[in-house]
Design a protein around this ligand. Structure first.
Ligand SMILES: [Zn+2]
Length: 84
């Protein structure tokens, strides 16, 4: 099995590059390749799954940020109480 190839997680076909993004991060050029399954029906299903996964991740991330913000506010509150 060639691990260098990007294969579809659903059907196992070799994914094709549909778009290439180039961006500089610092001084290094980062090339991001957007790949898709050659089977459009399969890609639609994969996309739907990805959106679902991303949504779950976003929600978890949001909950994390909220928790951190609350912890920070509590700390700030404690400090100002001590100072007063
Ligand atoms: Zn596929």
């Amino acid at each position: 099995m060639n691990t260098g190839l990007n294969v579809c997680m659903r059907c196992g076909k070799v994914r094709v590059v549909v778009k290439t993004y180039k961006e500089y991060i610092g001084s290094s050029l980062i090339v991001t390749k957007l790949t898709a399954c050659p089977d459009p029906d399969c890609q639609t299903i994969v996309d739907r799954q990805l959106v679902k996964d991303q949504k779950l991740r976003d929600e978890r991330e949001l909950a994390n940020v909220r928790r951190q913000t609350e912890a920070k506010e509590r700390r700030t509150h404690n400090i100002s109480q001590k100072a007063a």
